[in-house]
Design a protein around this ligand. Structure first.
Ligand code: HEM
Length: 449
């Protein structure tokens, strides 16, 4: 897919042969890494569109037409959730991690085959998990097998990006954002290990491939607040102060935020939902204060090649994070309240996670994937506006409809789903057209991260 011109065309003529050969190897390595990253990104987009969003929209339209949340098989809802969290966001994170972590940490390069092997095992694992939830064909074998493949793929990723030291030299000292990414990586490891254990138990003792509701609630806290949230905080604190021209990061607050979040996740996993909700909300507020999103910026934002509204949508996304936390506390106080739990989860997954990926992804991925420039910044604005409108309608009407506060809200839910579907489709189109267009620059590969 990468249409990068031959490397030899870009070497300055005055360089000696040894330097030229080092440059050639660096450029070839950069091109291979970009190709690996682009493969992860396109795979993630496919999971996002079909097994993830289309199934989510289908589920919501069915739920709304019957005005009953329990009218859908739990395995179908979980197939949608797993495809979004691991098939889309997880695949993006693995790809971006392979591309950027060794550069940011100045580590020795990993062997590329490790990246490709991880991709292959991860894709087969996530795809077979989706299939075993949708068509329970040999699910007793497929479900645990898919969970084992995902865990092995993660371990390959972890060993590849975490254990390579530069020859003879000490790695860069750990900056606070690295601790945040490590906390998120442990959250991912915990999610995958819990998934494997629960899948084996289901295969041995259950009659359906769906996790029991109580376990699913606790497991989702680990995989959303324990994995995705700190991962977004980690990369936010690394990149956004520069991209948005923010004031210097408050590092101690950031670490305290991660500490509160981690304790909140553990409390949630052990069903202390009210305490967990308060801790998660406090952690989110502290992370916002640490990165200083809502304080006046110190410098103008760097919005070249993206839409200039980029900083506004980042701030809205962090607003959704706080709303998700507050709704989580309300849901915990209300007890069995599927509408409030669902609204909190949707505020987090769509309002925060998806909006952050749409905003930051379109800022960094075109250049990481072979020095492209985003095809259409205007489309970026349109999709973010649609996503935020759909998310607002969904969160409000999910509470009103599922909690029996207002029957008319059932009619709003399908509208919200179609708005969000349009937004994610436009995101995929914008990125894919961007990748298909010729790159603008191919020199200086080592300075990019
Ligand atoms: C068009 C957009 C989307 C639609 C229409 C949609 C629809 C749904 C529906 C109907 C449910 C069932 C529970 C409920 O009603 O609250 C659900 C659950 C869920 N969704 Fe979505 N969703 C969308 C986007 C996303 C995104 C972007 C993510 C993650 C990044 C996500 C993650 C989840 C998760 C984790 C669950 C819970 C699954 C479980 O119970 O195990 N969804 N979604």
């Amino acid at each position: 897919m990468s249409n990068v011109p031959p490397v030899a065309d870009h070497r300055p003529v005055w360089l000696d042969d040894k330097t030229k050969s080092i440059m050639d190897r660096a450029i070839a390595r950069e091109q291979s890494l970009s190709r690996l990253l682009m493969t992860f990104i396109v795979t993630g987009l496919i999971f996002m569109l079909l097994p993830g969003t289309f199934l989510g929209v289908w589920n919501l339209i069915k739920i709304s037409s019957r005005a009953a949340v329990e009218s859908i098989a739990p395995a179908w809802i979980q197939a949608h959730g797993h495809a979004q969290l691991f098939g889309w966001v997880g695949t993006f994170i693995l790809g971006i991690g392979f591309y950027s972590i060794p550069k940011l940490r100045k580590l020795k390069p990993f062997a590329l085959w490790e990246g490709w092997l991880c991709w292959g095992l991860w894709v087969v694992g996530v795809a077979s998990r989706w299939l075993s939830n949708i068509y329970p064909w040999h699910w007793r074998v497929l479900l645990p097998l898919s969970a084992a493949l995902e865990l092995v793929a993660f371990l390959i990723f972890f060993l590849a990006v975490a254990s390579h030291r530069p020859p003879g030299g000490a790695p860069k000292p750990w900056e606070p954002w690295i601790f945040v990414v490590i906390a998120a990586t442990l959250g991912l490891l915990a999610s995958l290990a819990l998934n494997l254990r629960a899948s084996i138990q289901l295969a041995l003792h259950a009659t359906s491939p769906a996790f029991p509701h109580e376990f699913d609630q606790r497991y989702l806290i680990v995989s959303t607040w324990g994995f995705l949230v700190p991962m977004v905080w980690g990369f936010s604190s690394r990149w956004l102060p520069v991209f948005m021209g923010l004031r210097p990061l408050r590092n101690p607050l950031l670490l305290m935020a991660v500490g509160l979040n981690t304790v909140g996740v553990v409390a949630g996993f052990f069903e202390r939902f009210t305490g967990a909700g308060v801790l998660l909300l406090a952690g989110a507020a502290m992370a916002v204060a640490a990165v200083r999103f809502f304080e006046p910026a110190a410098k103008p934002a760097k919005t070249v090649n993206v839409h200039e509204s980029f900083p506004i949508f980042i701030r809205i996304a962090y607003g959704w994070l706080l709303i998700a936390g507050a709704l989580g506390v309300w849901a915990a106080r209300a007890g069995t309240a599927p509408g409030i739990w669902g609204a909190s989860r949707h505020a987090l997954t769509v309002g925060f996670i998806a909006a952050m990926i749409f905003s930051v992804g379109q800022r960094i991925l075109p250049s990481f994937c072979g020095m492209h420039v985003l095809w259409s910044p205007r489309l970026m604005l349109a999709m973010l506006a649609l996503l935020m409108t759909g998310c607002t309608l969904r969160v409000v009407s999910e509470i009103l409809a599922y909690q029996d506060y207002a029957a008319w809200a059932w009619n709003v839910l399908p509208v919200s789903a179609l708005l969000e579907l349009t937004a994610v489709t436009l995101f995929a189109v914008n990125l894919i057209v961007t990748f298909l267009r010729p790159p603008v620059v191919v020199s200086a590969p080592l300075n990019r991260a």
